[in-house]
Design a protein. Structure first.
Length: 311
């Protein structure tokens, strides 16, 4: 009875912690100007500042302590990789990495406790197998969810890019400067393509905070990890450097993006037939053979048995 009560208490605590972590994970409050000021302050400090000390200054309270403990345990590289993945998923709040670590740990412990509770009255071999399954699921599922979030965010950016580039070219054709045009495009598209609008707004705010436009676009490329955005950033920087017509270049580039997206869709359609071959052979043809052949075979065997019995 005590074990069941402890299990339900831990399950409730895990679900509550995951809901709290998910709320803070997806409730974004980006402030590019504050980010730039923090970068300038960090640049003025000692050059040997480690990732752990930067994390301690970036967050505070319980979350800061969690990051500090992970850094002491030798998880700095894991924190860097996790932060990069979260940024690629469009989640960039300062405390989000600590919230992700807490949710990951609670989910891991919850899966172990759940499988241990399920196999509590079973033999020791089943308990070990259950703990192994809980360990694997608790370790892999959060990573797979994060990878899916990254892939979904990149797909939304790719889908929004042609229309956004078209609109940016039109706005530039009215005589606005690049920063004002990007800001206007982000305002117009914030309800249709909020992901790319937020990225453009972040670039504009970084430039207004004193950062070079080239570095701002480089950071955009690192955050998104999309080849099309890398090409767009390179084209904008080169057009600004050599004084060529950016509006006309964006029009041509938008058409190239649509052509490239159509080719990717056609390639995906071509691969779909090959992908469907294995499920058809493994899961559709065997039941079809059973349904069509087994009744006839049973009837033939029955007739043969009856003929042999009559003789």
């Amino acid at each position: 009875m005590l074990i069941a009560a402890a299990f339900f208490f831990l399950a409730f605590a895990t679900v509550a912690a995951l809901l709290w972590a998910g709320f803070h994970l997806f409730h974004q409050e980006e402030n590019p100007l504050e980010d730039r000021l923090d970068e300038l302050q960090a640049a003025g400090s000692t050059a040997t500042t480690t990732f752990r000390s930067r994390r301690r200054r970036a967050t505070g309270g319980v979350l800061d302590g969690i990051l500090y403990l992970i850094s002491i345990a030798g998880g700095e590289e894991w924190l860097r990789d996790t932060e990069k993945e979260l940024q690629s998923a469009g989640v960039r709040r300062r405390e989000v990495i600590a919230i992700y670590c807490v949710g990951n740990a609670l989910f891991f412990v919850g899966m172990l406790m759940a499988f241990l509770y399920i196999t509590w009255s079973q033999p020791i071999a089943n308990k070990i197998a259950g703990l192994a399954a809980g360990f694997i699921l608790g370790w892999l599922l959060p990573k797979q969810i994060l990878y899916r979030l990254v892939a979904r965010y990149k797909r939304r950016l790719e889908e929004a890019l042609p229309d956004t580039v078209d609109l940016l070219g039109i706005v530039l054709g009215t005589g606005l400067a690049l920063d004002q045009a990007m800001l206007r495009v982000s305002e117009e598209l914030q309800h249709i393509y909020p992901e790319l609008a937020s990225e453009f707004y972040t670039v504009v705010m970084q430039v207004k905070a004193g950062q070079e436009r080239t570095k701002a676009f480089q950071q955009l490329v690192r955050r998104s990890g999309i080849e099309d955005i890398k090409s767009l950033a390179a084209m904008i920087v080169q057009s600004e450097r050599f004084g060529t017509s950016l509006a006309q270049a964006l029009k041509v580039y938008a058409e190239a993006l649509r052509t490239r997206r159509r080719l990717r869709a056609e390639a995906a359609i071509g691969r779909a037939g090959i992908k469907m071959l294995f499920p058809i052979v493994l899961f559709i043809l065997p039941p079809l053979f059973i349904v069509t052949l087994v009744p006839g075979l049973l009837s033939a065997f029955r007739d043969l048995r009856g003929g042999i019995g009559a003789r």
